[in-house]
Design a protein around this ligand. Structure first.
Ligand code: F6P
Length: 368
């Protein structure tokens, strides 16, 4: 057993949208805590909601056994509960009224005699952790998201699995597109970051990739489809990130979740692009929106390994007293960064990223 530390009881929660690898992190945190440091581990249910409502349960070895490969999260999650901006009721017009319930979280944290929280999540979860840290709740963050858009880390767990899911779908679309001589559009998730579209697009050899970071010129997109059909390439595969937008235009909003701290849900741009291509070229188009299938299911081997390393490293930070930091991957090594540097920020695809150059190099059209 490693050297003992002053913390005795930790809480662990998963916040934001779910993602493959969450259970692998919970397992790594809990097993390291139990086996190496003899700590007590409490699982907080449904992200910050469990802290706000005081819903948590003790995790034993058996609770985290056999969950390495399972998708989702055994603790549940919520992408609506941010302690400093929590909707408790609605006004007369039916709009949510937000309140800062951080003090309530602190009360429950103390009541349960917790020493520290391990917060597994994306930018919203890190923003919540940053607020809690400022009020005296020590936190350690673990970066998750299929969007791969967290600051301070070159990768997040869950991303590689989502890339594989999208790539598998694109490979299948490829064969039907070529048989029917169609323009086929596949819409990926990713919010305002194009990582998922770019990686799956390059992996599947897509002809056109539209990402939020590059406003696309619809005439040029239609032109590429037309040119391809003239040169005997009787089909075109287009990967469209849900956050892609036309030159001078805006994103397509699918819905507004009023009581969420981040209320806009994107979706539907692929159909808009498809309709415009048909209008401009007469080519037949079809659209597939991959949606939540990219977030579900078992994590790939890479994500299981990364999640295990992140979970273990988070627990090590906790016992070393390196609090209010998020574990991160930089230059292939596990490091840590201050949580407040990550909170509410997004890491977008930079135009000088080698993958952008490689995509352009092999003739992929990026819309500009
Ligand atoms: O952040 C992960 C993500 O899947 C985004 O890619 C997507 O825009 C969003 O969450 C969807 O959120 P929800 O699950 O609330 O529909």
């Amino acid at each position: 057993m490693a050297e003992t530390c002053k913390i005795k009881r930790i809480g662990v929660l998963t916040g934001g949208g779910d993602c493959p690898g969450l259970n692998a992190v919970i397992r790594a945190v809990t097993k390291t805590a139990l086996f190496q440091y003899n700590l007590e581990v409490w699982g907080i249910e449904d992200g910050y909601l469990g802290l706000i409502r005081n819903r948590m349960r003790r995790l034993a070895r058996d609770d985290v056994s056999n969950i390495l490969t399972a998708g989702g999260t055994i603790l549940g999650t919520s992408n609506k509960a941010n302690p400093s901006h929590f909707s408790t009721e609605k006004d007369e017009a039916g709009n949510p009224v937000f309140e800062d319930v951080t003090a309530r979280c602190l009360e429950h944290f103390k009541e349960r005699k917790l020493d520290l929280l391990i917060c597994i999540g994306g930018d919203g979860t890190m923003s919540g952790a940053s607020g809690l840290a400022a009020c005296g709740i020590p936190c350690v963050g673990v970066p998750k998201t299929i969007d791969n858009d967290l600051m301070g880390t070159e990768t997040t767990f869950g991303f590689q699995t989502a890339v594989q899911v999208a790539t598998d779908a694109l490979d299948r679309i490829h064969t039907t597109a070529s048989s029917h001589h169609r323009v086929m559009l596949v819409e990926t998730m990713g919010r305002n970051a194009g990582w998922l579209a770019l990686h799956s697009g390059v992996a599947s050899g897509a002809d056109i990739i539209l990402v939020p970071e590059v406003s696309f010129d619809i005439d040029k997109v239609a032109g590429v489809c037309e040119q391809r059909s003239c040169y005997g390439k009787a089909f075109t595969i287009i990967v469209v990130s849900e956050g892609a937008k036309p030159l001078g235009g805006d994103v397509v909003v699918n819905r507004i979740i009023k009581d969420s701290p981040d209320p806009i849900r994107l979706g539907g741009i692929s159909q808009v692009v498809a309709d415009q291509i048909t209008e401009k070229t007469g080519l037949e188009t079809r659209t597939t929106i991959l949606g939540h299938v990219q977030r579900g299911g078992t994590p790939c081997a890479y994500d299981r390994v990364l999640a295990t390393m992140f979970g273990h490293a988070a627990l090590e930070l906790a016992v070393q007293g390196q609090w209010n930091r998020m574990v991160a991957m930089q230059k292939g090594r596990i490091v840590s960064v201050p949580i407040e540097e990550v909170a509410n920020r997004q890491r977008l695809v930079a135009m000088d990223h080698p993958l952008v150059a490689a995509a352009r190099g092999v003739g992929t059209f990026l819309g500009d």
